[in-house]
Ligand binder design. Structure first.
Ligand SMILES: [Zn+2]
Length: 263
């Protein structure tokens, strides 16, 4: 799928988690719902850091461009090192290492570790990166027409404001993990979820997604998981734009309303 559909599916997934926790009698504070949905929308773009024309690889100028080149090389090296004879030969790293559950968990765990050890600036940094991505993904037409610097400013100011809101007692800095010193440990959860939702979205497209790596399936470590061929669609096709994206908006809306106990 393309960036906007990935971001929408990420936001909808977190709002769905919000609805589920509310139904289980433990509603999220609203800032956790809102910030989590935005982080998840941003994190749902992250696996495409292995592709130079992806939104995330262009979002932070030369920084993300360099990171993209490193990630592509690393992914390709890991692919070559772990492929079995049944896995296909390939010439680049796109849709390999960053499109696995292992990568999703590592990113989330890394962010959580950073958040609890790095203090306020680490939290602001994590929020900034994901808010910039969320703006690029959710408002992509507007973001593409404005300059990168404006999007970064928007990301920085909203990170600052949202961290201020979360810091207020009862607003969710200590959501789920309540022991002292565990503030913002939960930030890794929407990051893991966003990456997994991205992988599921890609699995629905023609080439599938090797999300299970390194667990072997049918002799392949990089087995391209996906539905039967006839049910797959092309990235950016009308199914994505006219069926999936409206469906994600609707599901996100319903999930958000249920999470806040409006319905
Ligand atoms: Zn992808």
């Amino acid at each position: 799928m393309m960036g906007p559909a990935h971001s929408l599916s990420g936001a909808a997934a977190w709002l769905g988690v919000g609805a589920a926790t509310a139904a289980a009698g433990h509603p999220m504070p609203w800032p956790v719902l809102v910030v989590g949905a935005l982080i998840c929308a941003g994190a749902a773009l992250a696996p495409d850091l292995d592709h130079k024309s992806a939104t995330i690889s262009r979002a932070f100028g030369p920084v993300s461009k360099t990171l993209c080149e490193i990630v592509d090389k690393l992914s390709y090296a890991v692919y070559k090192a772990t492929k079995t004879r049944a896995d296909a030969r390939r010439s680049g790293g796109h849709r390999t290492l960053t499109h696995t559950w292992v990568w999703a968990v590592l990113c989330g765990a890394g962010a959580s570790a950073l958040a609890i050890t790095g203090g306020r600036w680490a939290v602001l940094g994590i929020l900034f990166v994901h808010l910039v991505l969320a703006v690029e993904g959710l408002l992509w037409r507007a973001a593409r027409m404005s300059s990168d610097v404006l999007v970064w400013l928007l990301g920085a100011t909203s990170a600052w404001i949202l961290a201020g809101v979360l810091d207020k007692p009862g607003n969710g800095a200590d959501w789920l993990f309540t022991a002292p010193g565990q503030e913002y440990l939960w930030l890794g959860l929407p990051i893991v979820l966003g990456a997994l939702v991205h992988d599921i979205g890609d699995a629905l497209t023609v080439s599938g997604c090797p999300v299970l790596w390194p667990i072997p399936v049918a002799g392949k470590r990089w087995y391209p998981v996906g539905p039967p061929k006839g049910m797959r669609f092309r990235a950016g096709s009308w199914v994505e734009l006219k069926v999936l994206m409206p469906a994600f908006m609707l599901l996100g809306g319903v999930g958000g309303a249920a999470a806040l106990n409006f319905i």
